[in-house]
Design a protein around this ligand. Structure first.
Ligand SMILES: NC(=O)c1ccc[n+]([C@@H]2O[C@H](COP(=O)([O-])OP(=O)(O)OC[C@H]3O[C@@H](n4cnc5c(N)ncnc54)[C@H](O)[C@@H]3O)[C@@H](O)[C@H]2O)c1
Length: 601
């Protein structure tokens, strides 16, 4: 198996010849404080929705529901810049200017008398004169006059079941996968003509409204939300933000026009995602190799092609640049793109040193442009299972995690195996695995130790086997091993918590098919190309095998467009990628100085 050149199935047209190490014309941009001036290109894409306030008004006996709603991750998940939660009665009305996306969420699960119901109703109507109001969960039972004002005639509740939500066109335009919610649903008997249906669900082969908006009254409904668990669903919180934007009449501005610098194996993956995600459009490609520009034309026939990336950066129609050249050029291209006024997606690793990352982050802040790194392995379906288990507390406190990738075999004969270009073996795969480890184990890092072994594959310069240990301040530890000398593989993950453990076992899968004449063909998948088999190990010795769902569709690019066009936050932040680089830099320093502990730069 080739372990050092994985991270995506190579495009057969690219090959991996040693002679094709292409760094191209080195971008001669000064880094550091020489940040240049933003040109016109992206000014038409102002982020109009950077500020959005959420007001939660509740009158709820069920403390689980109140805690779930108020304590939901509204800022990290949905990007609300302020969340103001308070009882409905006895609080002053909020004074906000009403930014696009602002919303008042109202939840009521009881009214002890008709007087109280009247007081709650008139209070919510007053709230509705300030900001759009969304009635959720049991409110729809308790305050029928409000539901009536929302233009909805309540029907009956379904039992709790899996509801498949479908946003209507323009409401959540990048929802490529269905949003599934387990809850009961109020199926309305009817809704008045001036009510806009924002989200539907199919029940008994008929589409029914799930979210509505009545612009005249300024009141909408979300006809579910009684089960506290739904408020921990990141996608549902994001949907609420989209509902707020729809209520404010906000639609996406023009598509973000994407330029690609470097169109190799991963560049092609970006191009396919860009074309598949509404709101992004492939506009320009530059590559030193004209054949790669032609390959891009197979994805978007009218894409502008450049042989010099400087010319692409001068293309004023490009808003966003994806840099997928080899790693030693990432920082320099980031500076050039930012100076040209573009938002920037960097391939991993963000750069080869933390200082380079700091300069890029400072430059992006100076020119008010987004920089983000394609940490796509954060959306790997097995990793998502792992992350959910850890955040649900399934194994208690995680204190020791080991991750492993590799096998026994000659590393690829390509720049990925050239330490001067790739940053070394730790950088090539570590950009993904260390990112996952840091995401799983937050907290301050005391030091990093590491070892690199160069024992067999002397024709390439990356280490044959690398081990990185992250020592946290409180004694927790995380290990990453990459090996091209591991004839026996370790599990992908071995994660110990105070209450149990999680294993992710590499799978050895074969793809079986038929040749043109009907004989069987068989192709071995590299273990890194299959999701791991996940299991949860309990303290009593029992083991639960865990299903690994399908990978979400183009999750990174969807979040990117939601962020740039609507102000929603991304799960991936460039500061996290900077931390990953800092760990890898410290690891290389430790490995080259006898595995001494090295603090983060
Ligand atoms: N996120 C992932 O899963 C993943 C997977 C593979 C690679 N990567 C990363 O993506 C980047 C590219 O890797 P790859 O495997 O696609 O490499 P690749 O060699 O297949 O592609 C790089 C392309 O960049 C072009 N190029 C080089 N210098 C250029 C320049 N100055 N201007 C224009 N084009 C130039 C080359 O001609 C080549 O086509 C690396 O940073 C790598 O670490 C990430």
């Amino acid at each position: 198996m080739i372990a050092g050149c994985g991270q995506g199935t190579p495009d057969p047209g690219l090959g991996c010849p040693q002679t094709v190490i292409m760094q191209g014309r080195p971008p001669s941009v000064a880094t550091g404080s020489c940040h240049g001036v933003v040109t016109t290109a992206s000014k038409r894409h102002r982020r109009v929705t950077d500020v959005a306030n959420l007001v939660i008004r509740h009158h709820v006996h069920d403390s689980r529901l109140r805690t779930a709603l108020v304590g939901a991750d509204w800022t990290a998940a949905a990007g609300y810049t302020s969340v103001d939660a308070a009882p409905i009665l006895g609080e002053p009305l909020p004074t906000l200017d009403g930014a696009p996306g602002d919303l008042t969420l109202v939840v009521v699960d009881h009214a002890t008398s008709s007087d109280e119901a009247d007081a709650l109703t008139s209070r919510v109507l007053a709230l509705g004169r300030e900001l759009p109001v969304l009635l959720v969960g049991p409110t729809l039972d308790v305050l029928p006059d409000l539901v009536d004002a929302a233009g909805v005639t309540p029907g009956s509740w379904t039992p709790r079941h899996e509801i498949r939500l479908r946003a209507q066109p323009g409401v959540d335009p990048r929802r490529l996968d269905d949003l599934l919610v387990s809850d009961r649903l109020l199926v309305p008997d009817k809704s008045s003509d001036d009510v806009r249906v924002l989200v539907t669900a199919n029940l008994g082969f008929r589409d029914h409204p799930v979210a509505t908006w009545n612009a005249t009254a300024g009141i909408g409904t979300l006809l579910l939300g009684s089960d506290p668990a739904v408020w921990s669903q990141r996608d549902l919180l994001r949907l609420v933000r989209h509902l707020g934007l729809a209520a404010a009449g906000q639609a996406d501005a023009a598509d973000m026009r994407v330029g690609m610098i470097g169109y190799g194996a991963i560049g092609h993956e970006h191009a396919l995602a860009v074309q598949a995600v509404p709101g992004l459009a492939l506009a320009a490609v530059s590559d030193l190799n004209p054949a790669r520009v032609e390959t891009a034309r197979g994805v978007a026939a009218d894409v502008a092609g450049y042989s010099d990336s400087v010319d692409l950066l001068g293309d004023a129609s490009v808003d966003l640049v994806v840099v997928s050249t080899p790693p030693n050029s990432h920082a320099a291209w980031a500076h050039r793109a930012l100076a040209a006024g573009k938002h920037v997606v960097l391939e991993k690793p963000m750069a080869l040193t933390a200082a380079e990352c700091d300069d890029v982050l400072a430059h992006a802040a100076d020119v008010d442009r987004t920089v983000v790194v394609y940490q796509n392995r954060r959306f790997d379906p097995d990793y998502l299972v792992m992350r959910r288990l850890v955040s649900d507390g399934a194994v208690g406190e995680l204190f020791h995690v080991e991750s492993f990738v590799g096998g026994y075999g000659h590393p690829c004969n390509y720049w990925h195996s050239d330490a001067a270009i790739s940053g070394g073996a730790i950088f090539d795969w570590g950009s993904h695995y260390i990112d996952q480890l840091l995401d799983l184990m937050p907290g301050d890092i005391a030091s990093v130790t590491a070892a690199n072994h160069k024992r067999r594959w002397h024709d390439v310069t990356n280490a044959d086997h690398s081990r990185v240990t992250i020592h946290f301040d409180d004694g927790r530890e995380a290990y990453f091993i990459h090996s091209d000398l591991a004839a026996a593989a370790k599990p992908k993950w071995w994660a110990l918590g105070t209450d149990g453990a999680i294993r992710g076992d590499w799978r050895n899968e074969r793809v079986v098919g038929r040749s043109a004449i009907g004989t069987m063909t068989e192709d071995a998948l590299a273990p890194a190309d299959s999701p791991a088999a996940m299991s949860l190990h309990h303290g009593d010795g029992s083991i639960t095998a865990l299903a690994v769902p399908a990978a979400p569709t183009h999750a990174f690019h969807r979040e990117l467009a939601d962020h740039l066009l609507r102000g929603l936050p991304m799960m991936i932040q460039a500061a996290q990628s900077r931390r990953v680089v800092a760990v890898m830099e410290a690891a290389e320093r430790s490995a080259s100085t006898g595995s001494v502990p090295v603090p983060l730069p």
